[in-house]
Design a protein around this ligand. Structure first.
Ligand code: CO
Length: 142
């Protein structure tokens, strides 16, 4: 079995109905500050990153009508959507999970937000939590 090191929680993804409102709420109520915002058309989501220590909170809202995230929000309402672990090697992490019987959403690493590479493991294979592996792409401060 391949050896993979997950180094820390990279971010926790939180599904929200309204990104502006959610950013405002996190800034006013928790005193945090959103640093970046990005539309991921291919994913059908818009995300805002809020740094907290070595980790971040990722607020996500659906863009299109057929976004999977819209389904999630309809079923569960605003809630924690996924947990992302930082690793040096997403491909190895996916391979390891697959070899250990996990259902993979991504068979290979693919581009994520902010120049990262990401891969997702199905919630059924991680105690009900959609699990993201994320590999920084040489970005400073990540
Ligand atoms: Co994420």
């Amino acid at each position: 079995m391949s050896r993979t090191v997950l180094r820390r929680i990279d971010h926790v993804g939180i599904a929200v109905h309204d990104l502006d409102q959610a950013i405002d709420l996190y800034e006013r109520r928790l005193g945090l500050k959103a640093m970046s915002r990005e539309r991921l058309e291919a994913e059908g989501v818009e995300v805002a990153m809020i740094p907290i220590g070595d980790s971040r909170i990722e607020l996500l809202t659906p863009l299109g009508a057929d976004s999977n995230l819209r389904k999630f929000l309809a079923d569960r309402g605003e809630a924690v959507h996924h947990v992302a672990y930082a690793t040096d090697d997403v491909a190895a992490g996916l391979r390891r999970a697959g070899e250990a019987g996990a259902q993979l959403i991504d068979q290979a690493a693919r581009p994520g937000a902010h120049g990262t590479r990401v891969g997702f493991i199905h919630p059924k294979s991680a105690c009900g939590v959609l699990t993201e592996l994320v590999e920084a792409d040489g970005h400073p401060g990540r």
